[in-house]
Design a protein around this ligand. Structure first.
Ligand code: PEP
Ligand code: MG
Length: 572
């Protein structure tokens, strides 16, 4: 390999250190028949007990280092170990087909891994890694192979591995493990999530890193950009990068508690956090978020084995609204379908599910399901300011229909004597080009817009956001996207409404100056991006961003736009 490769930046930070090659002895499953059924069954049981003990102590280590919630993954692992359906399948293979214990576990594990691995939804696909993690541990015990103990590393290293399992990641001591680089994995894998909590830089999805390194090599990784260099030729470059990163981190700390204000004193922009569950609110508050600009309610549905009841939903929404303590919470109604599936509901087979029966198209068709959510949202609005937001709106009729339905539910609740908040807004996502183009008319009916650039860009460019072959078409800086944004924002303002953005673009440092210039009011992003956005706003005057946006709209290409932004930022 060239000594520079690029992977997926999964956890920010720079690290340069000796490699620690995590190349566990591969498991070879013997095909010999079980001699004595009972002793194979006993072997499985004693191995399960050993694995369970490991998981308990891993959970304790993780709890101390990562907190209760992250440690819960090991409880989930323990429950896989105790899964009666799986155990029955082990026993059946041993009793009926004379399989030895390791083969029985391997066979059953493969079936489940394949099943989860084939699911379209990324969340479920990644659960296959959990099953693999647990069952491999079990098999190692059955075969009396060593189970690696990463907690004992006491030298400064960067771990290089095919993949890091959640249990391995939880054992890492950040005092010694300076980073890790893996062949597989992406930003949403458990290893990435845990790395971010531990603040260990990580680059994943490197494909060939494991076969490229040898003992005593030095590796340099940049967890923000995904750049990796083996035996770096110029160490100074990396030292500078590390210094810059550390400095920036300290500088950004102070922006957690600062006001969002431009250099010339404009203080109407709002920086908010995107969340997927009530527990994510803590990070939004910790990073100085001024609201929740997007609560993706579909996770409540996806992490369940049934459509959550009105009561279950009410509890979750209320918790967020209460925790946000008077700050706005925008909750998006169920955005299911496309890549997001439910284990307990079969969607019709479609050629193009992203363009099919999903989000508002589904909920307005299944008002029985929708009603529980709308009632729960309305009830939660009694505890603080709430924005109800409909996803995937394409036509005025869809929005007006959904709004009418919401108001009918509100009237019904009030008739029942149930309190609904007075500070309630009903708005919509702008993520279909048709909605952006017709924004001015939508703004007559909607209280607010929030632009979902992840989808708006995929639909504008006709480029599937899940396909790694067309990622070059994800072009937030393309002038055609900027023009759609301008139409949306101007459309809202014309009718005195506010326009926000909750797609990934809102948190991209190069996008912030442009969005300011276009007049975007609310910027919702992952909690850890908030301070950076606030620091950028503090460096810019409103008029220079307006000038920038004006020029950018007239550009022909995305790179011309980026050049304009970089020119402006280089003077700051
Ligand atoms: C978007 O499309 O930009 C968005 C925020 O929604 P999601 O990523 O959940 O589709
Ligand atoms: Mg979307």
């Amino acid at each position: 390999m060239s000594n520079k490769i690029k992977g997926i930046g999964a956890s920010n930070g720079i690290a340069v250190a000796k490699v620690y090659i995590l190349d566990e002895q591969p498991i070879v499953i013997p095909t010999t028949k079980a001699k004595d059924v009972q002793s194979e069954l006993d072997l499985i049981n004693s191995s399960i007990n050993k694995a369970k003990k490991d998981l308990e102590s891993l959970q304790a280590i993780a709890k101390e280092k990562l907190g209760e919630e992250k440690a819960a993954i090991f409880e989930a692992h323990a429950s896989i170990l105790q899964d009666p359906a799986m155990a029955e399948e082990f026993v059946a293979l041993i009793k009926e087909q004379n399989y030895n214990a390791s083969r029985a576990i391997d066979e059953v594990a493969k079936k489940y891994i394949e099943m989860f691995g084939a699911m379209e939804d990324v969340y479920f696909r990644e659960r296959a890694a959990d099953i693999k993690d647990v069952t491999e541990r079990l098999i190692r015990y059955v075969l009396k192979m060593p189970v690696l103990d990463l907690a004992s590393i006491n030298d400064e290293v960067i771990i290089v591995a095919e993949d890091l399992t959640p249990s391995q990641t939880a054992q890492l001591n950040p005092n010694y493990v300076k980073g890790f680089a893996c062949n597989v994995g992406g930003r949403t894998s458990h290893a990435a999530i845990m790395a971010r909590s531990l603040e260990i830089p990580a680059v994943l999805g490197l494909k060939t890193i494991l076969s490229s390194v040898k003992e005593n090599d030095i590796l340099a990784i940049d967890g923000s950009t995904g750049e990796v260099e083996l035996n770096p030729s110029d160490k100074l470059v990396w030292e500078k990068k590390a210094k810059k990163f550390a400095q920036e981190k300290v500088e950004l700390e102070q922006f957690k508690n600062k006001k969002t204000i431009t250099k010339d004193g404009f203080d109407k922009f709002i920086l908010e956090g995107n969340i997927g569950s009530p527990k994510d609110v803590a990070a939004v508050i910790e990073n100085g978020g001024e609201g929740v600009g997007l609560f993706r309610s579909e996770f409540l549905y996806m992490d369940n084995d049934h459509f959550p009841t009105e009561e279950e939903q009410f509890e979750a929404y209320k918790q967020v609204v209460v925790d946000m303590n008077g700050k706005m919470t925008v909750i998006r109604t169920l955005d299911i379908g496309g890549d997001k599936k439910l284990s307990y509901f079969e969607f019709p087979e479609e050629m193009n599910p992203f363009l099919g029966y999903r989000a508002i198209r589904f909920t307005m068709d299944r008002k029985d399901i929708f009603k529980d959510q709308i009632r729960a949202l309305l009830r939660a609005s009694a505890f603080g300011p709430v924005g109800i937001m409909f996803p995937m709106i394409a036509t005025i009729d869809e929005f007006v229909g959904a709004k009418k339905f919401t108001l009918a539910c509100k009237a019904e609740l009030e008739k029942e004597g149930v309190k609904v908040g007075s500070d309630l807004q009903i708005g919509m996502m702008v993520e279909i080009p048709a909605a952006a183009i017709n924004a001015e008319n939508f703004a007559k009916h909607a209280d607010f817009f929030s632009v979902g650039t992840n989808d708006l860009i995929q639909y504008s460019m006709a480029a599937d956001r899940m396909s790694e072959n067309v990622t070059y078409l994800y072009q937030p800086f393309n002038p055609s996207i900027l023009r759609l944004l301008k139409m949306t924002i101007d459309g809202a303002h014309k009718h005195g409404k506010w326009a926000g953005m909750c797609g990934e673009m809102a948190g991209e440092p190069e996008a912030v100056p442009l969005l300011m210039g276009l007049g975007l009011d609310a910027y919702s992003m992952s909690a850890t991006s908030i301070t950076k956005a606030r620091s950028i706003m503090a460096k810019l005057t409103l008029s220079e961003t307006q000038e920038l946006a004006k020029k950018a709209i007239e550009c022909e290409t995305s790179s011309e736009v980026l050049e304009l932004v970089n020119q402006l930022m280089s003077t700051k």
